[in-house]
Design a protein around this ligand. Structure first.
Ligand SMILES: [Zn+2]
Length: 278
C-alpha cells in the first residue's frame, strides 16, 4: 500500500538532506522515483541540501498537475515507485490533493518535505493540506536551534537583518549565517539582561548593526531567514538583535581571578537553561 508521508520541520533542520537520503535508499533497492522541488535555494529544477549535496529535480510551478505529469511519464513507459516532493509548503492545495490521488489511484509512494508555518507563524496552505491528508506526519528529529540554544520551532524573516512579521508569505531567501557569533547567551552577561527585554519591545533599527545607511538606500533589501524558539520569535529577537550577542563585542574582563571567573561561568551556564524562566 502506497503512502503519503509529510516530513515537517523548521528551516535548516535537514529536510532536503533527508529527501536526498530517502531517494538514495529507495534507489539502492532498485526502486524508481521522480524528484520534485520548488524554489530551492540552489535555483530551479534542483534539490540541494545544506551539507552540499545537489540533485536535479523537476521544478513545480503553480500550474503543475502531478496527476498529469506522472501519468504522462507512465504512458511513456517510465516506471515510478515513489515521488520525492521537496519544499512542499510552496505547493498549492490542489497539488497536494493531486498527490493524495497519485498515492491512492496509482499506488505510488509520495514522500513530501516542507516547512509547516511561515515567518508569521501561519501555516502554509500546502503544508496545511498535507497535515490534513497525509497518512503520516513526521516531525524531523534533527533539530534546528535558536541563537539562545533552545530548540527552534519558528521561522523568522529578516529584511536587511531586521525581523519582520508582515509581507508576502512566499519570499525566497536563505538562512542568515552569522559569522563569528557563538550560539547561546553570553556567559559574560547576567541572565536578567540576556533574557528580560520587555516582551513587546520594538527593535530600534538604529541601535544595531543592521542599520541601512544612506548609501544602501538605493539597493533592494536583502531578505533572509533565521530559526528561532517561540519565545524569541514572539519577542522578535534574532541573533543580531539579541542583547546577549551585542555583549560579545565587549572585551573579556581579563583582570578577574581565573577561579572566580570559572565559578561564575559555571553557575550562569546552569542557569542558562531558559525553561525555568519562561
Ligand atoms: Zn531562543
Amino acid at each position: 500500500m502506497a503512502e503519503l508521508l509529510f516530513f515537517s520541520g523548521t528551516m535548516d533542520c535537514g529536510k532536503s538532506t533527508l529527501a536526498l537520503q530517502m531517494d538514495h535508499n529507495h534507489k539502492a533497492r532498485g526502486r524508481r522515483g521522480v524528484l520534485f522541488s520548488s524554489h530551492d535555494r540552489a535555483g530551479e529544477s534542483m534539490i540541494s541540501s545544506r551539507l552540499g549535496l545537489q540533485v536535479p529535480a523537476v521544478e513545480v510551478f503553480p500550474e503543475t498537475d502531478f496527476w498529469v505529469e506522472l501519468t504522462l511519464r507512465q504512458t511513456m513507459g517510465a516506471r515510478i515507485d515513489y515521488v520525492i516532493c521537496d519544499e512542499a509548503q510552496f505547493y498549492t492545495v490542489d497539488q497536494i490533493d493531486q498527490l493524495a490521488r497519485v498515492v491512492d489511484e496509482m499506488d505510488i509512494d509520495v514522500f513530501s518535505f516542507g516547512i509547516t508555518s511561515d515567518f508569521r507563524t501561519r501555516l502554509f496552505p500546502g503544508s496545511q493540506r498535507l497535515i490534513e491528508l497525509a497518512d503520516r506526519v513526521q516531525v524531523l528529529q534533527v533539530e534546528a536551534l535558536c541563537w539562545c540554544g533552545k530548540r527552534a520551532t519558528h521561522n523568522a524573516r529578516t529584511v536587511d537583518g531586521v525581523m519582520v512579521v508582515e509581507g508576502d508569505q512566499m519570499v525566497v531567501g536563505d538562512i542568515d549565517q552569522p559569522l563569528d557569533q557563538p550560539v547561546g547567551p553570553s556567559s559574560d552577561q547576567p541572565l536578567d539582561q540576556a533574557f528580560d527585554p520587555p516582551f513587546d519591545q520594538p527593535f530600534e533599527p538604529d541601535a544595531g548593526p543592521a542599520t541601512r545607511s544612506q548609501a544602501d538606500a538605493g539597493r533592494a533589501p536583502i531578505v533572509g531567514y533565521e530559526t528561532l524558539c517561540r519565545r524569541h520569535h514572539m519577542r522578535r529577537q534574532t541573533s543580531r538583535t539579541s542583547p546577549s550577542l551585542f555583549s560579545n563585542e565587549v572585551p573579556l574582563p581579563f583582570d578577574e581571578r581565573p577561579d572566580e571567573q570559572h565559578g561564575t561561568r559555571g553557575s550562569q551556564l546552569q542557569g542558562a537553561e531558559p525553561g525555568g524562566r519562561s
